[in-house]
Ligand binder design. Structure first.
Ligand code: URA
Length: 210
């Protein structure tokens, strides 16, 4: 098993993902399904958070109760499709700080072009979870992680909905220290850099822009 990659093949995730893949699924359902899946993925990507205990009183007695330790979290959405995952993860971790990396893919070179970068301060003190539904060529994701490391992040995880083997390989080469959590490892990319079997353009399907 590749420690760098976790495929969360929970039945609920796979069921919802099949609806998301279907061309028949309209925008409103697509968005709702992504939100639901991101709750389940958030559960996995935060699985081994450091814990501490605090003494509380239940109505019955004292208890050294478990709480997530003080280490703060930053969620970084890779725009624009990242926002679909971001909302669901924020539902579960509402106190996390939030950052945005704006990259678009040059359709000819398939290389990422940066247009926006705003992240919380003191990234070195936070667990940083970068979110983008589609890990395709890996160029944008690897570039976004480069920027987060330049901004000080040292503890980064990458959360996506679908991953292509090409993207996973690039991330492993460039960022072996960044574990990836995904709902599916798909077959391959087509000539335009789209994931097969995939679900099409995640941003367009999420925002109804096609
Ligand atoms: N981005 C998408 O939205 N879909 C793909 O298949 C690849 C990249």
């Amino acid at each position: 098993m590749d420690q760098h990659l976790t495929v969360v093949d929970h039945p609920l995730i796979q069921h919802k993902l099949s609806y998301m893949r279907s061309i028949k699924t309209p925008t409103n359902q697509f968005r709702q399904l992504l939100r639901e899946i991101s709750h389940l993925l958030a559960y996995e990507v935060t699985r081994n958070l450091e814990m501490t205990t605090k003494n509380i009183k239940t109505p019955m007695q004292d208890l050294d109760a478990p709480f997530v330790a003080g280490k703060k979290m930053a969620l970084v959405s890779i725009l624009r499709a990242g926002n679909g995952l971001l909302d669901g993860v924020l539902d579960l971790v509402p106190s996390a700080r939030v950052g945005f990396v704006g990259l678009y893919r040059d359709e000819e070179t398939l290389k990422p072009v940066k247009y926006y970068f705003k992240v919380p301060k003191h990234l070195d003190e936070r667990l940083v979870i970068a979110v983008d539904p589609m890990l395709a060529t890996g160029n944008s994701s690897a570039a976004a992680i480069d920027m987060l490391k330049e901004a000080g992040a040292t503890n980064i995880r990458f959360l996506c909905l679908l991953a292509a083997p090409e993207g996973v390989a690039l991330m492993k080469e460039k960022h072996p220290d960044v574990p990836i959590v995904t709902a599916s490892l798909d077959e391959r990319l087509n000539e335009q850099g789209y994931i097969l079997p995939g679900l099409g353009d995640a941003g367009d399907r999420m925002f109804g822009t096609k």
